[in-house]
Design a protein. Sequence first.
Length: 141
Amino acid sequence: MLSPEERLEQVEKVLSQLQHLSETTPIIVEGLRDIAALKRMGITRNVISLGKGDSIFSFSENLSRTTRRAIILTDWDRKGGQLARMLKEALMANGVIANDDIRAKLGILSKKEVKDIESMPAFVERLRYRPLSSIGKARPG
């Protein structure tokens, strides 16, 4: 079991990786709040929302015209899981390599404390600023 400090380190490592990948690879999220949450965590490039207009296949077909890779970052609830699977299949059918590894890593690291992308910034802040006494460490003295 990871300590809060180790968990924070791992989450920040994944977010850094995501930020780096976003320079060349679109990150697909469910909605505008997810885009805003990623921005609060420093991921400002190449984040796109599924929105409500197109079907998943149509969205994937349109995306395939501009990229050969995409990162799926849907929520960790049941709907988000179903959406991730359908999106991955539709992207692959259109020749796009769909990466859902980062979604899985963040889901494992948040350990059911976070069910959606928009809650990630608050989760990271809780890990960063947790009082020392609440994580079982004595204060230096």
